[in-house]
Design a protein around this ligand. Structure first.
Ligand SMILES: O=C(O)CCC(=O)C(=O)O
Ligand SMILES: [Fe+2]
Length: 672
């Protein structure tokens, strides 16, 4: 301040004085060191011969006078100043670098706090986003985490994406443009726009919702989803140890574009650089579960992996998660996962914890009922009434029976099974054309049950084709479409026959069901299920307990057992069935229509570690626009009041298919 007011004084007294950096030496000014003459007021300031700039507050401060005995020439002095400045800056920078290196190594060595409280810090890419310390430090997500966020194609009409433009660049989305959909808030952005943002931020630029969030210890995985399966709180509890894969540090940036493998390891194992082991509860010594994760793994799944580690009973909080690269894209196909080399345990995403009522299955004590279809149309009325009684009993007591002498050629049944297998053997790219989007898409290929909603993935890939009232079919493999058409027609005849028998067994006119539920335009879906061998079949599930949405379901399989049904509160294995028979189960619309007289049967599919199981299922329901309600004749205000509310089959179907599958919870929603 003193220097400042001093120089203001000079400017006032000698308005044409230039305050210059050059020291004005009265002894030497004649030698040209001062541009003109030294000021009288201040011998250190030169008078100028040019017009002086108007005085401002931005005066250049003159360094304090230095003794005038220097014999150094001016250029030498300037060089010295530059040298000293450069050296000081270099020294400061080196000190700063040393400090950051020390700080990072200290935080890496620091053990994780108790209770599995790894922090978001671990997911933050310090190396990529190190800004100079004099800038405000913004930190973002690692590229691998960014890459793991869902990518979707924009469509104006499907309503999947809220808004029509990118809030980062403000330009409109174009039809079919690829966008990134943030996990928590569902806001969509151009990939390049959001990726740039996320490299220096960890939240949505629009609503600020976090992409990954530091976790708490005790939340249940259920709390991550609301009833509709939406994420409420995206939580991650994944720490990435540096020393993995035989002591070689894996940096995610080194593996861009490849897959990630996430494993759960004991800290002890980590210390030993031992990344092989067994799943907790598997009886092994080192508790280690390899989790494979493709780059296409959406963040929702990534978050669940994190929360699984936190919440799943299989894990203790000693575990950390490690990420390693592996080949293949398995999020869209469990077949691809099962075929990946060295798979000896399942990703936690597939770790299905059975609840108390899900007891292991046993062999049936009574034989599964058998219905001789041919007798339904027998010329002998006694035989007809006999088989109707058997049908009534099978539907009432079991909701499950096998049908023989149905008239569908054995060769056709074999062929449809073969073609289903060929379909699953198509390349991922070929199958990708049929990747499921909407539950009413005529052809849907997918994995699990509803991979957008499932908390735990099923060890199952599927193809679902609507074959009636309009026939659809994939055009590959060769001949599939012809086989499917024939199979659909022939099985529909079987279902028609069974439903007219059931109509009679319910005490209704034999064509009552057909007319009331508009079966001539009834929905028929052909489903092919593939359950590849699973390294840990005891902790995975092919399909969890559920009932089917339609009226009657016909099932055949490739001779590998795996179907289990719930009978008298116990799970039983469906095996040793009769050759060329159809396994038939009653479904939800029949339960509603019969006002609960015939209950839909709960069933599940389990997996094995040896051989692929394929089943071909034909689900037969009412017309989509049929409103299904208990048949009047089956309602008795006193003894059998209406037990279900009327609902259009289409709505019921969407409700069941659009959610996670869980026992008979869908039917519970329409119970009175
Ligand atoms: O694979 C099976 O045996 C049963 C499949 C099933 O229940 C279904 O697709 O709804
Ligand atoms: Fe089923």
């Amino acid at each position: 301040m003193a220097a400042y007011s001093f120089h203001r004084k000079i400017m006032e007294e000698t308005p044409n004085a230039t305050i210059c950096l050059i020291q004005c030496d009265p002894q030497q000014n004649l030698n040209g060191l001062c541009i003109s003459l030294c000021s009288k007021v201040c011998p250190n300031v030169c008078n100028t011969i040019q017009s002086a700039p108007p005085p401002t507050d931005d005066y250049i401060l003159i360094p304090p006078p230095i003794p005038h005995h220097s014999s150094l020439s001016l250029p030498l002095k300037i060089s010295l100043v530059i040298l000293v400045t450069t050296f000081s800056l270099f020294l400061l920078y080196s000190l700063y670098k040393l400090y950051t290196v020390w700080y990072r190594s200290r935080s890496r060595r620091r053990p994780p706090p108790p209770g599995n409280q790894e922090t978001l810090d671990e997911f933050v890419d310090h190396d990529v986003l190190d800004h100079p310390i004099w800038y405000i430090r913004t930190i973002g997500l690692q590229p691998s985490v960014i890459n793991a966020i869902t990518v979707v194609k924009y469509s104006k009409t499907d309503g999947l994406i809220e808004g029509a433009d990118c809030s980062v660049c403000l330009s409109e989305f174009q039809e079919d443009e690829t966008l990134r959909l943030l996990p928590k808030c569902n806001h969509a952005f151009h990939i390049s726009c959001i990726d740039t943002w996320l490299r220096s931020h960890t939240n949505c630029p629009l609503c600020r919702a976090g992409i990954v969030k530091n976790t708490t210890t005790s939340s249940s995985s259920d709390q991550n989803l609301d009833d509709s399966g939406q994420m409420e709180e995206t939580q991650m509890a994944i720490s990435i140890p540096e020393e993995v894969d035989g002591g070689q540090r894996l940096r995610e940036e080194d593996h861009q574009g490849s897959e990630l493998r996430i494993g759960v390891v004991d800290e002890e194992d980590l210390n030993n650089n031992n990344n092989k082991g067994e799943m907790v509860g598997g009886g092994g010594t080192s508790d280690f579960l390899i989790i494979r994760r493709a780059v296409s793994l959406n963040d929702y799944a990534a978050c669940r992996i994190g929360s699984d580690v936190n919440n799943n009973n299989y894990y203790s909080d000693r575990h950390q998660v490690q990420i390693q690269p592996v080949e293949g894209d398995w999020m869209n196909s469990v077949k691809a996962l099962a075929e990946s080399p060295d798979l000896n345990s399942i990703p936690s995403l597939y770790a299905y914890s059975k609840n108390a009522t899900d007891s292991p299955a046993s062999d049936p004590q009574d034989p599964i009922p058998t219905i001789d279809f041919s007798l339904l149309t027998s010329a002998d009325p006694d035989q007809r009434s006999q088989v109707i009684q058997e049908l009534d009993k099978a539907c009432k007591d079991w909701g499950f029976f096998q049908v023989i002498n149905h008239g569908v050629p054995e060769s056709l049944m074999k062929m449809v099974m073969e073609k289903a297998g060929e379909f699953f053997n198509l390349t991922g790219e070929e199958k990708q054309d049929f990747q499921e989007k909407d539950v009413l898409d005529p052809i849907r290929y997918g994995t699990s049950f509803n991979s957008k909603k499932d908390k735990v993935f099923c060890w199952r890939d599927f193809l679902k084709v609507i074959v009636h009232p309009e026939f659809h079919s994939p055009n590959t493999p060769l001949g599939f479409s012809e086989v499917l058409l024939e199979y659909s027609n022939r099985t529909r005849e079987v279902v028609r026959g069974l439903l007219s028998g059931i109509s009679t067994s319910l005490g209704l006119d034999q064509s009552y069901v057909e007319k009331a539920l508009k079966l001539e335009s009834g929905l028929q879906i052909c489903i092919a299920n593939l359950y590849p061998p699973c390294p840990q079949p005891e902790v995975a599930i092919g399909l969890p307990p559920h009932s089917d949405h339609g009226l009657l379901t016909l099932v055949i399989n490739n001779g590998v057992s795996g179907l289990q049904i719930k009978h008298d509160g116990k799970w039983i294995d469906v095996k040793d069935t009769l050759p060329n028979s159809f396994l038939v189960n009653t479904a939800d619309q029949l339960e509603i229509f019969s006002n609960g007289k015939y209950k839909s049967v709960e069933h599940r599919a389990v997996v094995n570690d040896v051989v692929t199981r394929i089943s071909v299922v034909v689900a037969n329901g009412p017309a989509l626009d049929a409103v299904v309600r208990p048949a009047d004749k089956l309602v008795d205000e006193e003894r059998r009041p209406v037990a279900y509310i009327p609902m259009k089959y289409e709505e019921y179907l969407k409700m069941q298919q659009g959610n996670q599958i869980n026992g008979k919870t869908c039917l519970d929603r329409v119970r009175v």
